[in-house]
Design a protein around this ligand. Structure first.
Ligand code: 13P
Length: 258
């Protein structure tokens, strides 16, 4: 991380876990043990049905609530879908886009790009996920693959709006597997992502962008991952479901200003 130039963000992705009742219990516990310092932004991206409960529970705290997906259309006949305006109205600040689990369900780079535009237009902070499979890594095309995903996700996003975008590097082979990327592996790709943003925009934009690492990040490995210069935070699955572990990761991000 480099807190001189950019924000640190510790974000939880709850995926399809916890009912609204459990969400309320979690937030009560989290509030009781939340560190008082303000060295990072904190987000919890919860299932859509729990957004209202989560937003109410964290009122008057600095925890931001996020969604895990949105539809790019403003409204209409899209059964089961949720628009960005609905998310904003419900109190969301963030939305995760392009998670590999959604890409595996058929989400395309074009759809992700449309969602990025919709989120930015609505005033949401998109957390755009990119990452390679084990096969890509073994074939030596990790950087190529990730650059392509970044470029397609950010297509036609203007320089003014890019300041709002967060990118999360999540190698698919590290998600939910307990097999974390080494700090060096994660740093190499996050640094590469920053270089891609530099080429697409300017060095100032690249320097200011918050880039997260995600994939089996937990209370034990967080400090070392977050100590890397281009890793500005985490997108945490499993460990964000346990308030004590999530707090320990928040604490691990309290590192000296580089
Ligand atoms: P885990 O932390 O459970 O590996 O999940 C990572 C992830 O996919 C966050 O979006």
């Amino acid at each position: 991380m480099n807190r001189k130039y950019r924000k640190t963000l510790i974000a939880g992705n709850w995926k399809m876990n916890k009912t609204a009742t459990e969400t309320k219990e979690f937030m009560t516990k989290l509030k009781a043990i939340m560190p008082k310092g303000r060295w990072c932004d904190i987000a919890l991206c919860v299932p859509a049905v729990s957004i209202g409960t989560a937003v109410r529970a964290v009122r008057e705290t600095r925890i931001g609530i996020g969604a895990q997906n949105c539809n790019a259309n403003p409204s209409g006949a899209y059964t089961g879908e949720i628009s960005t305006d609905m998310l904003v109205d419900a109190g969301c600040k963030y939305v995760i886009l392009g998670h590999s689990e959604r890409r595996a369900m058929g989400e395309t780079d074009g759809e992700i790009n449309a969602k990025v535009h919709a989120a930015l237009n609505a005033g949401l902070i998109p957390i755009v996920c990119v990452g390679e499979s084990l096969e890509h890594r073994e074939n030596g095309i990790t950087e190529e693959w990730v650059s392509m995903q970044v470029k397609l996700a950010l297509k036609d996003v203007d320089a003014e709006k890019i300041r709002k975008v967060v990118i999360a590097y999540e190698p698919i082979w590290a998600i939910g597997t307990g097999r974390t990327a080494t700090p060096e592996q994660a740093e190499a790709v996050c640094e590469h992502i920053r270089a891609v943003v530099r080429k697409l925009y300017t060095s100032k934009h690249a320097r200011a962008m918050t880039i997260l690492y995600g994939g089996s990040m937990n209370e034990k490995n967080a400090y070392e991952l977050l100590a890397q210069p281009d890793i500005d935070g985490g997108l945490i699955g499993g460990a964000s479901l346990v308030a004590e572990k999530f707090v320990q990761i928040i604490e691990a991000s309290n590192q000296p200003i580089a």
